[in-house]
Ligand binder design. Structure first.
Ligand code: BES
Ligand code: ZN
Ligand code: MN
Length: 500
């Protein structure tokens, strides 16, 4: 999508439609909405009076201008109550308006940067949220449809009279587009069927990202993983014919300060059948998305490489299938992770923590002291939090707070759940250092803490996105299917750590 800033009067733009906005409860519209109202002889205020336009969040009202101004259509987008308004409201309004524009088949549209006026947001934040909302809201995954849904929408211009504000909006748009491109890459990867999105394909995409964003890439294959002693990852991989890949993407934003670093790790199970502890049909149906954590890492690295925060960031993705082939690992097997710890396989379907055990060990072996892992790890976190928020777990409250706040700032809700030493006895093993499950209680915490066992000495946060990586219906700027969570959180986290 082409998104530009232009100066001038919004009512006089030579475009197919214009988009203005309204807060809930406003009866006499001002600003651009007021200008449109006057050009339409009071049509907007009349519709407000009649109760057809309420200004509610998510609402769009289409008005035909019938020759009273150059654009043939006006869309009034509701912004909700001004008290609860924030950048997320901008994203939502931009997303639903863009879809409405596409729905009526216009090619070009003009809008204002929602929130940059009476909304009280700074212009660059509003510009960024506009670009994110438009690009994220228009996303669709239709590459396997013989007849792609047609879209004629080509260009959206943002009209701003003030020169300084216009420049800020422009800067925000560039940032927003880089971030939205990354989120949509993450969505594409996680929506892709597992017969295409193999570990090999994930590594190829990482190579494209490395080239496009100026990152270093290293991809370890099975013998190299064996050399490093990644027995936990290889145990999962041995039941599949697809070769596993261990992807390492690095960005050097502060080469003089190697300690100013962050490692982000993502579970890359390209299909989770459960292994020999095979899942039922219902549980397996969505398991092409079990690499969403890994996809979020590759995508975040793309945006970080483009936005260049002053921090060194390493993205790590242990990628494999979890299949029940003839060489598959068995319940009761014992594997040894890269750091030397042994793990009894109590259940082959608890495979995410196994591949992450080696990824975290690897990050520790590279002296990383700030580690965030992202995984579709447990059904239990979905029971606890649904699809509304990601579960967070950590071993350092200060760092956990920073990660949670980084998500909440960008509208990707995160809620912390506990880790306590008392839970350790649940995953004690009779034969190995630990086992990979811990009974019925506190399933999300047990999964988290097993990963945390490999992060000793580092500040570590685990984000369980089993509930938030996929949406069952469209809402605001989030489409049905893969959501791209938590790419915006991770990009924001890199910037937060870089700035302070
Ligand atoms: N990938 C699943 C978790 C999952 C469930 C993700 C639902 C998305 C939606 C994970 O590998 C898994 O199978 N976890 C088991 C762990 C159990 C065997 C201890 C689970 O949650 O049932
Ligand atoms: Zn899994
Ligand atoms: Mn599993």
């Amino acid at each position: 999508m082409d998104i530009r800033v232009v100066r001038g009067d919004i009512t006089q733009q030579q475009v197919g439609a214009i988009v203005v906005n309204l807060f809930e409860g406003v009866t006499a519209p001002g600003g651009a909405t007021g200008a449109v109202d006057r050009a339409l002889d009071g049509a907007v205020s009349r519709l407000i009076e009649e109760g057809e336009i309420k200004g509610k969040r998510g609402e769009t009202t289409l008005i035909h201008t019938l020759g009273r101004m150059p654009p043939a259509r006006v869309i009034v987008a509701g912004l909700g109550k001004s008290d609860d308004f924030d950048a997320n409201g901008v994203r939502e309004a931009a997303a639903v308006s863009a879809r409405r524009l596409r729905g009526v088949g216009v090619a070009t549209a003009a809008t204002i940067a929602h929130g940059a006026g009476v909304g009280g947001l700074d212009a660059s934040e509003a510009g960024q949220a506009m670009a994110e909302g438009i690009e994220l809201g228009l996303y669709s995954f239709d590459k396997y449809k013989s007849e792609a849904a047609d879209s004629s929408l080509e260009e959206i211009v943002i009209v701003e009279a003030d020169d300084a504000k216009a420049a800020d909006i422009e800067g925000g748009i560039l940032r927003g587009q880089a971030i939205a491109t990354a989120v949509n890459l993450c969505r594409d990867m996680a929506n892709e069927p597992a017969n295409y999105m193999t570990p090999t394909r994930m590594a190829e995409i990482a190579l494209d990202v490395a080239r496009g964003s100026g990152l270093q890439l290293e991809v370890l294959d099975r013998p190299q993983m064996a050399e490093l002693g990644m027995g936990a990852l290889l145990g999962v991989a041995q039941g599949s014919d697809e070769p596993p890949k261990f992807v390492i993407l690095s960005y050097e934003g502060d080469p003089d300060n190697p300690d100013n670093s962050l490692a982000i790790l993502g579970k890359g199970i390209t299909f989770d059948s459960g292994g020999l502890d095979i899942k039922g049909a219902a549980g397996m149906a969505t398991m092409k998305g079990d690499m969403a954590g890994g996809a979020s890492i590759i995508a975040s690295m793309q945006a970080i490489g483009k936005l260049k925060p002053r921090i060194n960031v390493t993205g790590i993705v242990p990628a494999t299938e979890n299949m029940p082939g003839g060489h598959a690992q068995r319940p009761g097997d014992v594997v040894r992770a890269m750091n030397g710890k042994t793990i009894e396989i109590d259940n082959t379907d608890a495979e995410g923590r196994l591949v992450l055990a080696d990824a975290v060990s690897y990050a520790r072996s590279r002296n990383h002291t700030r580690i965030v892992d992202v995984a579709t790890l447990t059904g239990a976190v979905v029971v606890a939090l649904g699809d509304v928020c990601t579960g967070a777990f950590g071993n350092d409250q200060k760092f956990t707070d920073i990660v949670v706040e980084a998500g909440n700032q960008v509208g990707e809700r995160i809620w912390q759940l506990p880790t306590f030493d008392e839970y350790k006895q649940q995953y004690k093993s009779d034969v190995a250092d630990i086992k990979n499950t811990g009974g019925r209680g506190a399933g999300a915490t047990i999964g988290a803490q097993i990963i945390g066992e490999f992060g000793e000495g580092a500040s570590w946060v685990h984000l369980d996105i089993a509930g938030t990586s996929r949406a069952t219906s469209e809402k605001g700027y989030v489409p049905k299917g893969a959501t791209g969570v938590p790419v915006r959180t991770l990009v924001n986290l890199a910037h937060t750590l870089a700035d302070g």
